[in-house]
Write a protein that binds this ligand. Structure first.
Ligand code: NAD
Ligand code: AHE
Ligand code: ZN
Length: 378
């Protein structure tokens, strides 16, 4: 294995706003420092839909989307030492080279080693490993491209995990759940006894709620315009549920500040929707003097956030997070072990399962209120 081109099925995004085309593609063998992985499962994240819609300034077509997968190493390129064929891995859109100035700093997880080529949809040597059967090149996506039965990633873009973990569930740690838990534990640093508010109750927001509960938060406000989300939010740890539509006459930040124990706001707030208006609301209901507000949601091209500078002058801090601040190759194997020990209820996020050929239905599902994560059986 490892020397020839593999022909396999993939879902190709040919153009923004168009359905994916499930067809045979050609996957080249891994070059130096790369690995080829046979995908077992992959979930859809809202970011895949966002990029397919054409809102991502870095979105490229034709490409293979998907970044929440799990698989088994099929072959490795020259010089690869950290994994061997047969290892179970989770592809990582935030790699960890352990060598760049960002990896060496304890302050961030934003490895920069291959970020520029990743943003251009290419491997680190500026070429692609994917072609359709007409021989036309296809771009990579987020260094992962999990909507293909075989993928090629940089060695630094895969985390080797416990082979006993069910990859069709553990794949959720490739993005949404890890991001949410990390936003609470790493980026915000939620403390025992504190108050939290989470805007948006998709898989990411629910994982934030779970992270806040893990950290011992006393009050957790769950905010969504779809009240059907409140039951599961309570299951994950929300203490109070708020539907902004119930308060048409008052900005929601005022409502939430009014409900806070001190009357001065909430210790930690999170935006997990991707709208600049709710980012502002989350910032403005953070506690006077020390409140921290974390942006997780990804806003469309051209969008900008705003607030009165007075909100920051009076002690609120506006933060953001990618992959929950987790240094990926070091942390994902530990998170998988925590899942195996029953400490992270990943199964509760899997609401739907589908075959690769039905992936366009999975995108429709994602826009329905009942779907948290739809896992594609590759
Ligand atoms: P999702 O679509 O499943 O969930 C979004 C939720 O927001 C839904 O429950 C929806 O009802 C709610 N919502 C929509 N408009 C609202 C409004 N005006 N007020 C209150 N609630 C509203 O999405 P997801 O997969 O959970 O992802 C959430 C966001 O996080 C997306 O923007 C995604 O791109 C982003 N994301 C970021 C990172 C990161 O590393 N920063 C990682 C994963 C996802
Ligand atoms: N490419 C976009 C923004 C997309 C974005 O912010 N992606 C997040 C991960 S979302 C996962 O579901 C991220 O990790 N960002 C940091 C990075 O380096 O991409 C744009 O605006 O150009
Ligand atoms: Zn994602």
């Amino acid at each position: 294995s490892g020397t020839g081109v593999i022909v396999c099925k993939a879902a190709v995004a040919y153009a923004a706003g168009q359905p994916l085309v499930v067809e045979d593609i050609q996957v080249e063998p891994p070059r130096a420092g790369e690995v080829r992985v046979k995908l077992v499962a992959c979930a859809l994240c809202h970011t895949d839909a966002y990029t397919l819609s054409g809102s991502d300034p870095e979105g490229l077509f034709p490409s293979i989307l998907g970044h929440e997968g799990g698989g088994i190493v099929e072959s490795v390129g020259e010089g690869v030492t950290s994994v061997v064929p047969g290892d179970h891995v989770i592809p990582l859109y935030t790699p960890e080279c352990k060598d760049c100035m960002f990896c060496k700093s304890p302050k961030t997880n934003l490895c920069v080693k291959i970020r520029s080529t990743q943003g251009k949809g290419l491997m680190p040597d500026e070429t692609t490993r994917y072609k359709n059967m007409k021989g036309e090149p296809l771009f990579h996506f987020m260094g992962c491209s999990c909507f293909s039965q075989y993928i090629v990633c940089a060695e630094i873009s895969v985390a080797k995990i416990n082979p006993k973990a069910d990859l069709s569930i553990a794949c959720l740690l490739g993005c949404g759940v890890t991001t949410g838990i990390g936003a609470a534990l790493n980026t915000a640093g939620v403390e025992q006894g504190s108050s939290c508010a989470v805007f948006g109750l998709g898989a990411v927001g629910l994982a934030v709620i779970y992270g806040c509960k893990m950290a011992g938060a006393k009050k957790i406000f769950a905010v969504d315009i779809n009240p059907a989300k409140f039951e599961i939010a309570k299951k994950f740890g929300a203490t109070d549920c708020i539907n902004p539509k119930d308060y048409p006459d008052k900005p929601i930040q005022q409502v939430i500040t009014g409900l806070s124990e001190s009357g001065f706001g909430i210790d930690y707030t999170f935006e997990a929707i991707g709208r600049v208006e709710t980012m502002r609301s989350a910032l403005e209901c953070a506690h006077r003097g020390w409140g921290k507000s974390v942006i997780i949601g990804v806003a469309g091209s051209g969008q900008e956030i705003s607030t009165r500078p007075f909100q920051l002058v009076t002690g609120r801090q506006w933060l953001g997070t990618a992959f929950g601040g987790y240094k990926s190759r070091s942390s994902v194997p530990q998170l998988v072990d925590q899942y195996m020990e029953g400490k992270i209820p990943l199964e509760d996020f899997v609401t739907d399962r589908m075959k690769l050929e039905d992936i366009n239905k999975a995108f429709e599902k994602l826009h329905e209120g009942s779907c948290l994560r739809c896992v594609i059986d590759m």
